[in-house]
Design a protein around this ligand. Structure first.
Ligand code: PAF
Length: 284
C-alpha cells in the first residue's frame, strides 16, 4: 500500500491505473477509522481492481472550529488497518495541499435544490458546501468507477447522489456509481462513528438510548401518526439524563421533505450526548 500526500503523485498513480484499464473504487473518509469504514473498504476492495481511500479532515465542512480541532486524527492506525484490508493507495494530503489559500477562505456554494436547507444543512450552515467541495475534488482527481458512502450520514448521501445525477455537474464524473452502504452498529445498537471515540463509558451507555428509541419507534409507527411518533421519539430521548435532541425529522427518503405517512419515510436524529454531537437514522 502506498501513502500519497500530494496531488501530483496522486494524479501520476491514477493515470497509471487508467492506462491499464483498472477499475477504481474510492472510499472518502476523514480517518479515525472504525468498523463502519471497514465495511465500505471491504466492499470497495471486492468490487474494484484498485482501491483508493482518502483520509482528510476537511476544514471547509466544519462550521464549528472546536469540532475541527477535536476531530480525532489517527493516521498511523488507519494506515495499518487499510494495509491489512488490501487497500492499494491512501491519499492523505494536508489542507494546504488540497486547497489554495483563497479556497480555504471563501465559501464554495452549490445549488442542492433545497436538500441542504433542512436538518443538518439548517443546523450547520455551509457544511454540505464543504462536503461537496472536497468530494467533487476527490472525484476529479481520482476519477473512480465507484465511490462508497455510509447511510449513517443520510443527508450527505442524498446530496452526493444529487450532485452526481442531477446537478450541473451531471456527466462530469463519467459512469461513476455511488454505492450506499448500510449503517454499521455495535452489538448494543449504537451507530458507529468516529465521534464515539470522544464519549466516556457513561456517555456511551447513555448514547444507546438513541438507537433503542429509534427501533422502538418502528412499533409506534404502526398505530401512531407521523407527528405523534416524532414527538414521542424526542420526548423519550430527552428523558434520558445527558441526552438532548437537536432535531428529529421524519422525511421522504428521496426529497428529505416532511411526510404525512410512513411510506418511503426515514427518521433522522441529531442528539447531543454531553458535548458530542451524534447522528443516527431509521427507515420506516
Ligand atoms: O462522511 C465523511 O466522513 C465526510 O463528510 C467525507 C465524505 C469524507 C467528506 O469529507
Amino acid at each position: 500500500m502506498q501513502i500519497i500526500t500530494t496531488k501530483q503523485e496522486l494524479l501520476r498513480q491514477v493515470e497509471a491505473c487508467k492506462r491499464k484499464n483498472l477499475t477504481i473504487g474510492l472510499v472518502p473518509t476523514m480517518g479515525a477509522l472504525h468498523a463502519g469504514h471497514a465495511s465500505l473498504v471491504r466492499r470497495s476492495v471486492s468490487e474494484n481492481e484498485v482501491c483508493f481511500v482518502s483520509v482528510f479532515v476537511n476544514p471547509t465542512q466544519f462550521n464549528n472550529k472546536e469540532d475541527l480541532v477535536k476531530y480525532p486524527r489517527t493516521l498511523e492506525a488507519d494506515a495499518d488497518l487499510l494495509a491489512s484490508m488490501g487497500v492499494h493507495y491512501v491519499f492523505a494530503p494536508t489542507p494546504e495541499e488540497m486547497y489554495t489559500v483563497e479556497e480555504m477562505r471563501t465559501s464554495f456554494t452549490f445549488d442542492f435544490d433545497g436538500l441542504d436547507r433542512v436538518m443538518e444543512g439548517k443546523m450547520r450552515p455551509g457544511h454540505f458546501n464543504g462536503v461537496v467541495q472536497v468530494v467533487s475534488r476527490l472525484f476529479y482527481l481520482i476519477r473512480p468507477d465507484r465511490a462508497y458512502f455510509g447511510e449513517k450520514d443520510y443527508q450527505q448521501l442524498a446530496i452526493i447522489h444529487y450532485m452526481v445525477e442531477r446537478s450541473e455537474l451531471c456527466g462530469t464524473f463519467g459512469d461513476l456509481k455511488i454505492q450506499d452502504c448500510p449503517i454499521v452498529r455495535d452489538t448494543n445498537g449504537l451507530a458507529l462513528s468516529s465521534r464515539n471515540q470522544r464519549l466516556n463509558e457513561q456517555e456511551k451507555e447513555r448514547a444507546l438510548g438513541i438507537s433503542r428509541t429509534l427501533f422502538a419507534s418502528l412499533e409506534w409507527a404502526k398505530t401512531m401518526s407521523v407527528a405523534e411518533v416524532q414527538q414521542r421519539v424526542i420526548d423519550t430521548i430527552n428523558s434520558i439524563a445527558g441526552l438532548e435532541v437537536e432535531y428529529y425529522e421524519i422525511v421522504d427518503q428521496s426529497t428529505l421533505l416532511p411526510v404525512s405517512d410512513f411510506s418511503h419515510a426515514i427518521g433522522c436524529v441529531t442528539v447531543y450526548c454531553g458535548p458530542v454531537r451524534l447522528i443516527d437514522n431509521i427507515k420506516y
